[in-house]
Design a protein around this ligand. Structure first.
Ligand code: ADP
Length: 325
């Protein structure tokens, strides 16, 4: 009875958005908060999953447009902002190309040049038309275009889950949505959360970690979802360069974004991976401070790039000396 509120801990798992998710909350109402968080994940999964025929996004794709719900409206606009600021590296209209490669079904195949060119011709988020009427947004897609919010949905979802948890009075929580981490507040002992970042070349290792408070820590890498072509041995992964239609291969093997804005963090982890080493560094120089994010990126030579804002909070687990600010 004298146990302090913060000693209460509740954890639960859920499979949603094609991945395993774990939610842990501390304090009074921890269980209710986690359960409400899971309900929110399921609500957004039903709304945003391109693969679910009944989802709002699937309906938009089937009908070439429609009226957007509040969540989808917000997400599409954030996605289009990132499309603009990354010169098209982030493009939610990449879906027909994802399908062609089999990333949506698991029936992987390297497409012919002509099939790829035909699908790539449908990709250009700049052609998405949004119109506002009576406080509602409608979306209209050109013939053949289909959208996929997979590059940004989990970041948005973790932010929503944290909002739900906060509404239950929770001040300390950590969630992991299939490698996308998000922490609320600090640990119950008042110290910062320490979040490990997966080593892209070793499933069981870490490339390092970060000490954080109230942040999303979201990583994109070519090691997450991929297949190997039996004939050539070439590895193809699920982050597509909209310029080529092929798996992005521009020098980076892992990009982690740390930000209080989890939607931005998710969109940018994919974007900077596509942009590649040089352009990603330039993007960080121009946007990190103003937009409120930091980046930890590893290139194919094992060199780590860490932006100023997170440099002192990086935990160098491997005694890595090849680090550049
Ligand atoms: P994961 O969702 O596996 O954690 P990411 O956050 O990096 O990984 O997002 C990859 C997903 O983003 C793909 O599964 C696909 O749905 C989508 N995607 C792939 N390439 C792009 C791109 N260039 N722009 C926007 N979305 C993309």
């Amino acid at each position: 009875q004298n146990s302090s509120d913060s000693s209460q801990e509740y954890t639960s798992d859920v499979f949603a958005m094609d991945t395993y998710m774990t939610l842990t909350a501390y304090g009074e109402n921890a269980q209710e908060a986690v359960e409400a968080g899971i309900a929110e994940i399921q609500r957004l999964d039903d709304l945003l999953s391109t693969g679910k025929d009944t989802s709002e996004v699937a309906q938009i794709n089937a009908n070439g447009g429609g009226v957007l719900s509040e969540d989808t409206d917000y997400l599409v606009k954030r996605a289009l902002d990132i499309y603009q600021s990354t010169n098209g590296a982030f493009d939610i209209s990449i879906y027909p190309v994802m399908q062609l490669w089999g990333f949506t079904t698991g029936n992987f195949a390297v497409p012919s040049e002509s099939d790829l060119a035909a699908k790539l011709a449908l990709v250009d988020a700049g052609k998405i038309i949004l119109s506002e009427e009576n406080g509602q947004t409608s979306i209209s897609l050109p013939e053949g275009m289909e959208i996929d919010l997979g590059g940004i949905a989990k970041g948005y979802t973790s932010g929503r889950v944290m909002d739900v948890m906060k509404s239950y009075g929770i001040k300390s929580a950590v969630i992991n949505l299939g490698g996308n981490a998000h922490v609320l507040g600090n640990k119950t002992d008042g110290s910062q959360w320490k979040v490990g970042i997966q080593d892209p070349e070793d499933e069981n290792g870490y490339l390092g970690g970060v000490s954080v408070t109230d942040k999303a820590i979201i990583t994109s890498g070519g090691y997450e979802r991929y297949f190997v072509d039996k004939d050539t041995g070439v590895k193809y992964h699920h982050i597509i360069d909209p310029k080529t239609g092929y798996s992005a291969n521009n020098g980076l093997i892992s990009v982690t974004i740390v930000s209080a804005d989890s939607t931005l963090a998710d969109g940018l982890s994919t974007s900077l991976f596509v942009l590649g080493t040089e352009d990603a560094i330039t993007y960080c120089e121009e946007h990190c401070a103003e937009d409120g994010f930091d980046a930890i990126m590893e290139d194919e030579d094992g060199k780590l790039y860490i932006t100023d804002g997170i440099y002192d909070d990086f935990i160098n687990m491997n005694n890595n000396k090849n680090i550049e600010k």
